[in-house]
Design a protein around this ligand. Structure first.
Ligand code: ADP
Ligand code: MG
Length: 408
């Protein structure tokens, strides 16, 4: 079925067509009529399969059909600033021919412009919890007309830290409202939490067998911890100009890898919680526009981020939580695009690899490098200190061996 055939407002159909969407994706096909019918939903579908428009389209339709503009009627809660902005942008672009007002709200930015926007009237608010509670406490947000509560990256939102926020916000909403959860991954614990917050959610799950999208070609390569930067350098140079997201375990490591790349004249930007909003925004912009083609990120910071032209994801470090593997590599292969992902696994990380494979239910394809190929990668590096260090080590090894020989 094509979007044209749906019974949704013509102004929304027009925007959908302008966006270049002709047919709904599987999750959109299943979710759309259920939202229109007033159901609560737990929607699980692989990364990059269009979960955003699956809730944006029916919500826009229902809100724009109701002639009650400038009244907060939909609240979307997400874990990061980037995601709040991105989802607000999808609402804005698909809702461009309607009169609905959409606002993205998040912390570590000035409050005043946000307060002004709220005072002018907002229909749809996409927000991280902290700032929303602040502004509510100050009397700038009223929840009494909210009909939709949407949690994107729901497993993350229901996990420790945010669960109480969701519980608190539920108490502020009118008794009758629809709750929509979306995520690419969900475990039993989170599923229970989800069902404890809504009474009769319908679960809609697309292709549960492999949580990894078929558009992603993913593999693992064994690399010693200390050699990872040389492998990254090689991958960047061999795929020059292509957009790449590199995942590391911590923000400190993100900066360290960025510095190592800088030493070999590779420009990168970093995205992690140690940066203020403005820096994050600049980093994302530089990456989106292609000014810088390498983004180094931590797990949480890149959840849900949709940049269609990302060709490669590199797990510089393996993720410590198995399902984050799925979220990380899901930054590529989005929509109709194909993508590649490679994980650098050191000996120390083998137990993590094991856990990821157990989670996926299969072994990840492994690229085997011959000694020669491996050594070549180290030699190929432009890092000057490396060759110097190598020479010093060779001398030390040689002298050590000579001493041993003498003793004999
Ligand atoms: P998810 O949240 O499932 O990871 P997104 O909602 O971010 O995925 O969508 C991934 C990409 O697919 C986006 O770039 C979006 O524009 C595109 N997309 C969504 N719906 C359609 C559609 N019906 N036809 C073509 N492309 C689509
Ligand atoms: Mg998403």
């Amino acid at each position: 079925m094509k979007f044209e055939q749906y019974r949704i407002l013509p102004e929304i159909k027009r925007a959908i067509a302008e966006q270049g969407f002709r047919k709904p994706t599987d999750i959109q096909y299943k979710v759309l009529p259920k939202v229109l019918a007033g159901e609560d939903i737990l929607g699980i579908a692989q990364t990059g399969t269009g979960k955003t428009a699956a809730f944006v389209i029916p919500v826009l339709h229902l809100l724009a059909s109701e002639k009650k503009f400038k009244t907060l009627r939909c609240l979307v809660m997400v874990p990061t600033h980037e995601l709040a902005q991105q989802i607000a942008d999808v609402f804005k672009s698909l809702g461009r021919h309607t009169r609905l007002k959409i606002l993205a709200l998040f912390g570590s930015t000035e409050q005043d412009p946000q307060i002004r926007a709220l005072q002018q009237g907002v229909d749809i608010l996409v927000t991280t919890p902290g700032r929303m509670f602040d502004l509510h406490a100050q009397g700038h947000i009223r929840f009494e007309h909210v009909k939709f509560l949407i949690l994107d990256e729901a497993d993350r939102m229901l996990d420790l830290g945010f669960y109480k926020d969701i519980d608190d916000v539920k108490k502020l909403l009118p008794r009758r409202h629809q709750t929509l959860f979306f995520s690419a991954t969900i475990d039993d614990k989170i599923k229970k939490l989800a069902y404890s917050t809504v009474t009769n959610a319908i679960r809609i799950q697309i292709s549960p067998d492999d949580p990894v999208s078929k558009n992603i070609d993913h593999s693992v390569v064994m690399v010693e911890m200390d050699d990872k930067r040389f492998f990254l350098e090689r991958m960047v140079l061999e795929n020059s100009g292509q957009k790449m997201v590199v995942f590391v375990r911590t923000k400190v490591r993100a900066e360290r890898v960025a510095a190592a790349m800088q030493r070999v004249n590779i420009a990168t930007v970093t995205l992690h919680s140690g940066k203020v909003h403005q820096e994050r925004k600049e980093a994302m912009n530089a990456f989106k526009t292609g000014k810088v083609s390498i983004l180094i990120a931590t797990d949480v910071s890149a959840r849900g981020v949709d940049i269609p032209e990302v060709e490669y994801v590199i797990n510089y470090d393996l993720p410590e939580v198995a399902e984050n593997y799925v979220h990380r590599i899901g930054r590529t292969g989005r929509g109709t695009h194909k993508g590649k992902a490679v994980s650098f696994c050191s000996k120390e990380e083998l137990p993590l690899l094991d856990e990821i494979e157990r989670y996926l239910g299969y072994s990840i394809a492994s690229q085997t490098l011959s000694d020669l190929e491996y050594q070549e990668t180290l030699l190929f590096s432009n890092e000057e200190s490396r060759t110097f260090k190598d020479v010093m080590k060779e001398i030390a090894d040689f002298e050590g061996a000579a001493k041993k020989r003498k003793k004999k």
